[in-house]
Design a protein around this ligand. Structure first.
Ligand code: AMP
Ligand code: MG
Length: 347
């Protein structure tokens, strides 16, 4: 049995108060104009409370160009993207890639190093074999197959040079998977597109990963709510906690968002590259607030791999604002890092 949250259900960070109107914006003409559409297997939206109608068209084309730039560079779902070409190539020479791809790879390698490989942008072969890549399957691999795939994985076998925008793998079968970070980067590009038009008040979001700036249309800080891990199923639970933000990026990674069950065991799309298996601890989701959506996205996945204890320890030592929702015998228990506690509000 497969569980995959897409579109509205995949919103890890829900917009509350004013922003909840996003869902029914068409019925509320006095609210901010928004752009929205489909991308990366989910949806995006752009909210600019004071957007001039004369800017709408140019903003739409800037947003579409940014999304297309990210997909053409880093989508493992597009056969002709740069990442697919790099993955299909067996060359161990330097390989020139688009600037965005080199930049995001460098950030991914930073997080890999900070987590000693719990976050690993070369985890792709394991992700694919566990059925969470382009071809989905629920077939649980044998232990020796995992061992074989682990030999193809290792962030130390990937190098990046951001001066020449090139990547190099030290073994021909190394694969790069930036799905844990590229969406956040795309959110940052959307924010840049809006800011480049001179706006300071906006919220941009892809699949619930978001970046805010300034104030909402009520001249208040943006209010966002962290998704309850059961809301995908129940569809109506209130967000357990809210945030008031005037800048920064927010992302959630959850073991429940893409998973399958086989013989009574749930297997999640978050893979621990140190064991080769999907994570099996009790952490259901991690939400991170950071300066950029890219770092929020990457850290949320990284902490999700590390689990409740090791993850919170690392979050505190890096001064990360993070919020953990952990499965308990009945329901969930939540933990906030010190930095997150400063931002949290009742929804
Ligand atoms: P996210 O939804 O941002 O947590 O990203 C999940 C995606 O990241 C998965 O679908 C995989 O493609 C990839 N991924 C899974 N495990 C890891 C890992 N340990 N390090 C980096 N990326 C991962
Ligand atoms: Mg992520």
């Amino acid at each position: 049995m497969r569980f995959k949250l897409t579109n509205n259900n995949s919103i890890g960070v829900r917009l509350i108060g004013f922003a909840l109107l996003v869902v029914g914006i068409s019925a509320c003409s006095r609210e901010a104009p928004i752009l929205n559409g489909a991308t990366m297997g989910t949806t995006y939206s752009v909210i600019v409370p004071s957007l001039k109608s004369s800017d709408q068209e140019v903003l739409q084309s800037l947003v579409e160009a940014a999304l297309s730039r990210v997909n053409t560079a880093m989508s493992t779902y597009q056969a002709d993207s740069s990442i697919s070409r790099f993955n299909n190539s067996r060359t161990t020479d330097w390989f020139v890639v688009p600037t965005d791809f080199a930049y995001v790879t460098e950030a991914a390698l930073q997080i890999a190093s900070a987590t000693v490989g719990a976050f690993d942008p070369t985890v792709g072969p394991l992700v694919s074999r566990w059925g969470f890549g382009k071809d989905q399957s629920d077939a649980v691999p044998e232990a020796d197959e995992i061992d074989g795939l682990l030999e193809q994985v290792g962030y130390k076998s990937l190098q990046v040079n951001i001066e020449t925008n090139s990547l190099r793998k030290s073994s021909g079968d190394l694969q790069v998977d930036l799905n844990a970070i590229a969406k956040g980067y795309a959110v940052d590009l959307l924010a840049e597109a809006v800011a480049d038009l001179g706006y300071v008040n906006f919220l941009v979001e892809i699949g619930g990963e978001l970046r805010v700036s300034g104030k909402n249309s009520d001249a208040q800080a943006w209010r966002v709510g962290v998704e309850n891990p059961t809301s995908g199923a129940a569809g109506k639970d209130d967000p357990p906690i809210g945030l008031l933000l005037e800048s920064g990026g927010v992302a959630t990674s959850g073991d429940y968002r893409n998973a399958f069950e086989s013989d009574g065991v749930r297997y999640s799309h978050i893979i621990d590259p140190r064991s080769g298996y999907p994570v099996s601890h009790k952490l259901a989701s991690v939400t991170v607030v950071a300066d950029t959506a890219m770092y929020a996205d990457a850290w949320a996945t990284a902490l999700m791999v590390l689990g409740p204890d090791e993850g919170m320890k690392l979050a505190e030592s890096h001064g990360l604002a993070s919020y953990f929702i952990v499965r308990a015998d009945e329901g969930f228990v939540t933990f906030s890092s010190a930095e997150f506690a400063k931002l949290a509000r009742s929804p």
